[in-house]
Design a protein around this ligand. Structure first.
Ligand code: S3P
Length: 171
């Protein structure tokens, strides 16, 4: 079984992923982390030197490589489900969980911790970051909502996700 966590940057995929991987005895994979180590460059540098299209291709290739294996908790970069047929591949190869946190909550978290792995937020004022998140939420919702499990709120806990998995008979 593979479990995928999807959602906007800052929705808590990495933190929840760590907890869930431990609880479920799954190997933890972070797609951004995998790309950084394969490329030997930060995501910011990949975007600057090679462009977003290159990064999206790298994500797609990684997804195909990862889905050859099982028993992984795969925490995905926020855009991964929204390019190519990635969301369909995820749904075929595992259980997808949409971590649905309101953009305003994410905004509060992100302005507290800006990161070099989020080049899309670079050079934006706090207000622009909020607008960007709201826009991405709208644009990406049609992809994110294809997930088998949808957990929503400002304070999503790993136990809540486990409950949802149980309800669906998936754990
Ligand atoms: C992106 C999200 C980032 C990273 C890249 C692009 C996006 O991952 O993959 O900066 O398009 O939303 P996180 O969701 O882990 O921040």
């Amino acid at each position: 079984m593979n479990l995928f966590l999807i959602g906007l940057p800052g929705s808590g995929k990495s933190t929840l992923g760590k907890e869930l991987a431990q609880m479920l005895g799954l190997a933890l994979v972070d797609t951004d982390g995998e790309i950084i180590s394969t490329e030997g460059r930060t995501i910011e540098t990949i975007f600057k030197e090679s462009g977003e299209v290159y990064f999206r291709k790298a994500e797609q290739n990684l997804l195909h490589r990862l889905t050859e294996k099982n028993n992984q908790l795969i925490s995905t970069g926020g855009g991964m489900p929204c390019f190519f047929d990635n969301i369909e591949v995820m749904n075929q190869k595992g259980i997808v969980v949409f971590i649905d946190v309101p953009p305003a909550t994410i905004h509060k978290r992100l302005i507290a911790q800006r990161s070099e792995n989020r080049p899309m937020l670079e050079n934006k004022t706090d207000e622009e970051v909020l607008l960007f998140l709201q826009q991405k939420y709208e644009e990406r919702f049609p992809y994110y909502s294809k997930a088998a499990i949808h957990v929503k709120g400002s304070d999503i806990r790993s136990t809540e996700i486990l409950e949802e998995l149980k309800k669906k008979g998936l754990h």
